[in-house]
Structure formats: structure tokens, C-alpha cells
Design a protein around this ligand. Structure first.
Ligand code: ZN
Ligand code: ZN
Length: 427
């Protein structure tokens, strides 16, 4: 009787961090092989056919119920390669774990043996690390079903780099078909943290992004007769300078915002004043009210510059916010983030789990939270050799043709963190 009680007690005891380490050790050579295979065969956003099929087959072999091609893009002729893998294990909450799958139009210059074999395409954002992490986490969870209760919902998301994939999967009734999660978590690699170290941040973590096109319209004419024109080149110059006051004068210094004109086009010849100049911009903000104000300021300033120049009303500027290329900020639910960070610190040690600064880059993972209805958190995992980091040399950032995570410690940290996080939420 006593022995039976002890056995019950042991089965109910949480899995120790050491035994997770042993399981990850046993898997490491196969995880590294998977990572290298994925790295060598990157696929662009919305074209993740082979990557998603591979992920789906691996998850199926681990005992998950897998569905493929989940997702609907605006363009009905485009196939969406979303993967959903579910493992139900008794009563308890549902945890969504997401990995993105797409690569970038970058020509790899790492010189690695397992460098991309697809010319002009590279996993330069480390989404291959994320897919491998999802598989490693899936394996440990499938092996330890007596230690957690509830449902694990693994999501392979396409088209993150164009911020379309999460929305497409939700549009395809992801939650009504496969269940609404109680929590959603994800991990992204970080090009400025030591390999395997986990970074977390409660609150606004990644910025919302808006793509804005502005067409400054004037009245063209001869370059030697400016008096008979309204010069859009001069107006564009004034507009760019005036934009600088949005962040420096209109915005609170405590609310991060970026307004960048990344591209400007106008004119054909030295002595021709063109009819219009086009400016392509990116705007980054956290809070929805700041976002609305900054976008309104851009329009107001564009109109103001045109009015000051005496442009006729029918030639006022055209300001366009591109809906399909905009995404809200990624908000890490503070309670969920602190809870996960605490569990990770207990399992990985204080020096391996650190609070980091938020970022102005953007992500569409937050969409899985349905505007705050479902608590979400995105962790980061360091991917850089600590010695290189300590040397102070300039390191390649994410999206660089030179970006090369140190696979083993990065995967070890990421798999352990995601496993511990799921186990904490499904205790
Ligand atoms: Zn990226
Ligand atoms: Zn990324």
C-alpha cells in the first residue's frame, strides 16, 4: 500500500529540469540534423510547401493529430501552408505553441557547410531554429504525458515575414476548428544574446508596424520656370523635415515611436519639375492611441506642406496606409510572462533567464491573442557565441546574410524553455 502511494506520488511529481536535460541530450544529434536540413532548404513567405509537409510528417510520427494547409489568404489562388498539431491529454487548459516557417530573399554568405542551397533565399531570421525547437518540444511532451494534463496545440505558421500568416490561419477558423487556447507562447532567436540564454519582457515587447505611401502632388513644368509650377520635390523635402517633429515634439518621450522614410522617388531629368514625388515609409509604435496619432500627424503635415505651397485642393497629397502590410504591437501579457519566467528561472538558473529590452521590430504572433482576449507571450533565445559577444565585435543582426546561430546551445535553451513553459501552464 505504501509503495503504491509512493508510485502515485512520483507519477504526479513535476518532471525535473535534469530529466528534461537528459531527454534533450538524447535528441540533440537528431535535432541538429533537422536544423541543418531545414537551413539548407529555406522557402520564401507563402511558399512553405516542403517545410510545412516535413513539419507535419514529423509531428504525426510523434503521435500528434495533424492538419495541413490551414489558412486563407486574401488572394484565393494562394495556398496557405499552416500546420496545426494537437495532442489531448486529459482535462486541463490548452496551450498554443507557435513556430514560424518562412525564410527571406537574402543570399546567404555564412560559408557554412549546411548553407542554403536555394539561391537567393536564406533562413536569415532563424525560423529554422524555431521549427526545430517546436519539434524538440513536441517530442519531450509526447514522452512525458504523465507529467502534464490538458491540450497542446502546435502551430506551424507561414508568412510571418510579410505579417500575413497568423491572420490567414485565424481567418480559416483556426480556433473554432481546433479549440481556443487559454495561452499562446512562442520563442524567437535573438542576435544579441548569448546562445541558449532566454530573454523575456512583460508588456509591449515588439512594435506595431504600418507601411505608409505618400504621394506629394504638385504642378510640373520647366526647371527654368519654377514660377509657373508647384514643385513637389521641394515639398517632399519640407515634408521629410517636418515629419521629424512627430516623434521629437508631438510624441511623449515615454512612448516609443519611429517614422522612417525608406524610399523616395520623383522626377526624370534635371530640367523638368515633376508632377509628383512618392515616399514609402515605415511607422513603428506600441500603443494603439500613439499609432493613430502618428498616422494622423503624417496626413496633417502632408496636407499642411501642400497648402503652404499653394497647391490647388484637387492636387492635395494622397496618404495611403497599406492594410495588408500593417500589424499591431506584440504585447506580452505581464501575468503570463512573469509566471513563465519564474518557472524557467527555477529550471534553467538565474543567469540563463533574463529580462531584456523591448524591440522596435515587428511580428504577427500577437494576433493569436485576439486583441488581448487570450494571454500571449513571446520569449527570445540567444543565438550568439558568448565569446564573440564579449569581444565587442560588430555582430550580424537578424536578416543579415551573415547571421548564423550557434545551433546546439541555442536549440538546447529554446527546447528546454518551451518545454518548461508548457509544463508550467499544464501542471
Ligand atoms: Zn524576420
Ligand atoms: Zn523572425
Amino acid at each position: 500500500m505504501k509503495r503504491r502511494f509512493l508510485a502515485l506520488l512520483l507519477a504526479a511529481a513535476p518532471l525535473s529540469a535534469q530529466s528534461i536535460d537528459q531527454m534533450i541530450d538524447a535528441e540533440m544529434s537528431s535535432l541538429l540534423a533537422t536544423y541543418q536540413q531545414l537551413h539548407a532548404a529555406p522557402e520564401l513567405s507563402m511558399q512553405e510547401a516542403k517545410t510545412s509537409a516535413f513539419l507535419a510528417s514529423q509531428l504525426r510520427a510523434l503521435g500528434y493529430t495533424v492538419n495541413e494547409k490551414i489558412g486563407k489568404y486574401d488572394d484565393p489562388s494562394a495556398t496557405c501552408y499552416g500546420v496545426v498539431a494537437v495532442m489531448k491529454n486529459g482535462n486541463g487548459p490548452t496551450v498554443l505553441v507557435r513556430s514560424d516557417m518562412d525564410a527571406l530573399p537574402v543570399t546567404e554568405q555564412t560559408g557554412l557547410e549546411y548553407a542554403s542551397k536555394n539561391a537567393g533565399v536564406m533562413h536569415a531570421c532563424g525560423h529554422d531554429i524555431h521549427i526545430t525547437t517546436l519539434l524538440g518540444t513536441a517530442k519531450v511532451l509526447a514522452q512525458t504525458k504523465s507529467k502534464w494534463h490538458g491540450t497542446v496545440m502546435l502551430v506551424g505558421q507561414p508568412a510571418e515575414e510579410v505579417v500575413k500568416g497568423a491572420e490567414a490561419m485565424l481567418e480559416d477558423d483556426l480556433y473554432s476548428r481546433f479549440g481556443t487556447p487559454n495561452y499562446a507562447i512562442a520563442v524567437h532567436d535573438h542576435a544579441g544574446l548569448p546562445a541558449g540564454v532566454i530573454g523575456y519582457f512583460p508588456g509591449y515587447f515588439m512594435a506595431g508596424a504600418d507601411s505608409v505611401n505618400v504621394t506629394i502632388r504638385g504642378l510640373g513644368g520647366h526647371g527654368a520656370s519654377p514660377q509657373s509650377t508647384k514643385d513637389p520635390v521641394v515639398m517632399a523635402a519640407q515634408f521629410i523635415n517636418a515629419l521629424q517633429t512627430i516623434v521629437s515634439r508631438e510624441d511623449s518621450p515615454l512612448d516609443p515611436a519611429v517614422v522612417t522614410v525608406g524610399s523616395i522617388h520623383g522626377g526624370t531629368k534635371r530640367n523638368v519639375i515633376p508632377d509628383e514625388v512618392q515616399l514609402f515609409m515605415t511607422v513603428r509604435t506600441y500603443k494603439p492611441e500613439v499609432r493613430q496619432r502618428v498616422l494622423a500627424s503624417i496626413e496633417r503635415i502632408a496636407n499642411g506642406v501642400a497648402m503652404a505651397a499653394g497647391v490647388p485642393t484637387e492636387r492635395m497629397p494622397v496618404v495611403e496606409v497599406l492594410k495588408g502590410e500593417s500589424v499591431e504591437a506584440t504585447y506580452n501579457d505581464p501575468a503570463l510572462t512573469e509566471r513563465v519566467a519564474k518557472a524557467l528561472t527555477a529550471g534553467m538558473g538565474e543567469t540563463s533567464v533574463i529580462k531584456i529590452d523591448p524591440l522596435m521590430v515587428s511580428e504577427d504572433f500577437g494576433r493569436f491573442g485576439l486583441g488581448g482576449k487570450i494571454p500571449t507571450t513571446m520569449l527570445n533565445v540567444g543565438a550568439v557565441d558568448p565569446a564573440r559577444l564579449a569581444s565587442g565585435q560588430r555582430l550580424p543582426s537578424l536578416h543579415s546574410s551573415q547571421f548564423a546561430p550557434v545551433p546546439e546551445p541555442t536549440l538546447r535553451g529554446a527546447v528546454k524553455a518551451m518545454t518548461l513553459a508548457v509544463m508550467e501552464l499544464l501542471r
